[in-house]
Ligand binder design. Structure first.
Ligand code: FES
Length: 77
């Protein structure tokens, strides 16, 4: 696996969230106090863009469509 440039950090810092196209996938990125979190932008339920979801202080992302929840904390934290 190789690193790929996703987007300009200034853009993420300005908006707090962004979507980057990496290959044929869209990745949602979130700027938090603890660092940058990322996940697939398409909800696995019915495909709602997770960039639009609600990210709480515990790094739980809630999809706005049917309220599925995703723990974005890095493994082991
Ligand atoms: S599309 Fe995300 S919970 Fe249904």
């Amino acid at each position: 696996m190789a690193w790929e440039k996703a987007l300009q950090l200034d853009r993420l810092k300005r908006d707090g969230r962004a979507v980057a196209k990496i290959g044929n996938r869209q990745v949602a990125l979130f700027q938090t106090e603890g660092g940058i979190l990322a996940c697939n932008n398409r909800c696995p339920h019915e495909g709602y863009p997770l960039r639009e979801g609600n990210l709480d202080g515990a790094c739980i992302l809630t999809c706005n469509w049917h309220n599925w929840k995703f723990d974005l904390r890095p493994a082991g934290t």
